[in-house]
Design a protein around this ligand. Structure first.
Ligand code: FAD
Length: 511
């Protein structure tokens, strides 16, 4: 019956999308005994969450206590207060109040276990923990997943190359998604359907009662007795929506899986009256431009310097990636920028760059250029011949003194976290660029997803344009507008907040 007949099914809860927020919400409703159906558009589950490092910012939980970290809900509150001021106090408090219980609820399932991970928070403000307070899932032996393993989206480099999982344990986002999926399945109340794209919402008597979806076998209509949770990422992969809302960067340079997050669910909800907020915002980062036109999320610069099209530095290269991305977004005329480093890093670009490649691989593909002198490099890059030399000379003088008079690189604990002290420079973030050959990569403005989206309340309920809840409809993750507005406070905020609001939505549906 291909395409001619709409199949109908009924469950208690429909979850659209299968990132960490979606699966955390689905796990909570399934654990409460509600018959829960996860609908995922692509053939694998996990979305960008599976690509992630799976740092999860859930302050004040038992995991930080176990690790003896000086973390508390109160200090996290102080930190958010200092950064966000009056913005979104109600959702902030809901987040802080629920974070510890979300961790407890997750760890009540045998499949889920977390540990504390050192990763500094992104702003030098009161309440900050210099060593960070993010959690990470424990690595997951593939055997623990059994038949579920091929369902988990592989690491970004392998996924873009059409390869499956590497040998060995699943780490980072793969471990988080694998563990959530296993726990969800083990409840006995959860089902996942991949290849099922939610295209619209069903509204009856003013209440959202289900979704319409398309599959390769035709249309489906799913009735949901308790509610619908939309958690299908943002609209980072949709060039038109990005342009309409003025999101800096490009759909080609986003880190979300190709073609996955195109704003379907935001569109579906606005069609039934939902309001939206902060639609011009994203979780930004510098991206190393790859030969195929995509970008590689690049953070933790351990060497080199970034210059604009005039051969001038424009920012502290070692600052947190969203702040570096914002510095790039604020100066669009200066992008693409060039990341220049020298022969002491000949083995590969001195940073964490995902997907990764060695210098030779980059050179072969054309995503890195090499020259015997700075003047030769400038010529390859089309820069004014002496500008790059002058900038590098100034930078090397900063490196010798250990102080960056222009951008203060290396003054913050975050900058130094990724630095390599083995170069023996007075400031580990300032390593001279003076050993030929010289290398340069193009830096573009990439993102980890958009962060504007549906307006929601403390329970993850989607609000209409007048601010009233749309009964039966919930949203979390990048489908909803983040309470953090124009800031990325700390590692793990995207996933931590997605999981908390999905969990709160689940509790509301189970009530
Ligand atoms: P996703 O995880 O992208 O999930 C959305 C899913 O919904 C996708 O599978 C998609 O196919 C599906 N979908 C879309 N439309 C539909 C539809 N119509 N019907 C059905 N399904 C649909 N964040 C952190 O907090 N900590 C980190 O350590 C971290 N590290 C990162 C590292 C990398 C390399 C990257 C790329 C990102 C990282 N991030 C991190 C950011 C974070 O991964 C994302 O912001 C977050 O995972 C987004 O979650 P989401 O649920 O909104 O979307």
């Amino acid at each position: 019956m291909h395409g001619t007949h709409t199949r109908e099914t009924t469950c208690d809860v429909v979850v659209a999308g299968s990132g960490a927020g979606a699966l955390a919400g689905a796990l909570s409703t399934a654990a409460a005994g509600l018959d829960t159906l996860v609908l995922e558009r692509t053939e694998v589950v996990g979305g960008t969450s599976a690509y992630s490092g799976a740092s999860v910012w859930l302050p004040g939980s038992r995991v930080q206590q176990r690790a003896g970290i000086d973390d508390s809900t109160a200090s996290a509150r102080t930190y958010l207060e200092a950064l966000l001021g009056d913005r979104e106090r109600a959702r902030r408090e809901a987040f802080l109040g629920s974070a510890p219980e979300v961790v407890e609820a997750l760890e009540s399932h045998p499949a889920l276990a977390f540990e504390w991970q050192a990763f500094p928070e992104y702003f030098d403000l009161p309440g900050r923990l210099g060593s960070g307070r993010s959690l990470m899932p424990l690595d997951l032996p593939p055997g623990d997943l059994g038949d579920l393993l091929p369902l988990v989206r592989p690491e970004v480099g392998r996924d873009r190359g059409g390869l499956g999982h590497a040998e060995g344990p699943l780490t980072g986002g793969r471990a988080l998604i694998g563990r959530l999926l296993k726990a969800f399945t083990e409840t006995g109340s959860g089902t996942v359907r991949t290849g099922t794209r939610v295209t619209g919402l069903v509204v009856e008597d003013g209440r959202v009662t289900g979704v319409r979806a398309s599959t390769s076998e035709g249309a489906v209509r799913v009735h949901a007795r308790r509610g619908v949770l939309l958690a299908g990422g943002g609209f980072e992969g949709d060039a038109d929506l990005r342009a309409e809302h003025g999101v800096a960067g490009s759909a080609a340079w986003t880190m979300a899986p190709a073609g996955a997050n195109t704003g379907d669910l935001i569109r579906a909800a606005t069609e039934v009256g939902a309001g939206t907020e902060i639609m011009d915002q994203a979780w930004w980062c510098p991206g190393l431009r790859m030969a195929d036109g995509s970008a590689a999320f690049t953070l933790g610069f351990r060497g080199g310097l970034a210059v604009d099209a005039d051969g001038l530095r424009f920012a502290n290269e070692s600052q947190p990636y969203d702040r570096m991305g914002r510095a790039m977004a604020e100066q669009p005329g200066r992008i693409p920028a060039f990341w220049v480093f020298d022969g002491r890093f000949a083995g590969g670009p001195p940073a964490i760059s995902l997907p990764g490649a060695t210098a030779e691989e980059h050179l072969e593909r054309g995503s890195l250029v090499r020259a015997g002198s700075l003047a030769g490099l400038a010529e390859e890059l089309g820069l004014a011949p002496h500008a790059l030399e002058r900038t590098v000379e100034r930078f090397n003088a900063f490196a010798a003194r250990g102080r960056d008079d222009d951008f203060g690189r290396g003054e913050d604990v975050y900058d130094r976290f990724f630095a390599d002290p083995s170069h023996g420079t007075p400031n580990p973030c300032l390593v001279p660029v003076d050993r030929p050959p010289y290398f340069a990569a193009r830096l573009v403005l990439s993102d980890l997803g958009t962060k504007g989206g549906l307006r929601t309340d403390t329970e993850g309920r989607v609000l209409d344009r007048g601010g009233a809840p749309l009964p039966g409809l919930y949203a979390a993750g990048n489908t909803s507008a983040s309470f953090t507005g124009g800031h990325y406070p700390a590692p793990g905020v995207p996933i931590g907040s997605a999981m908390v609001f999905a969990h709160r939505a689940a509790l509301d549906m189970a009530r």
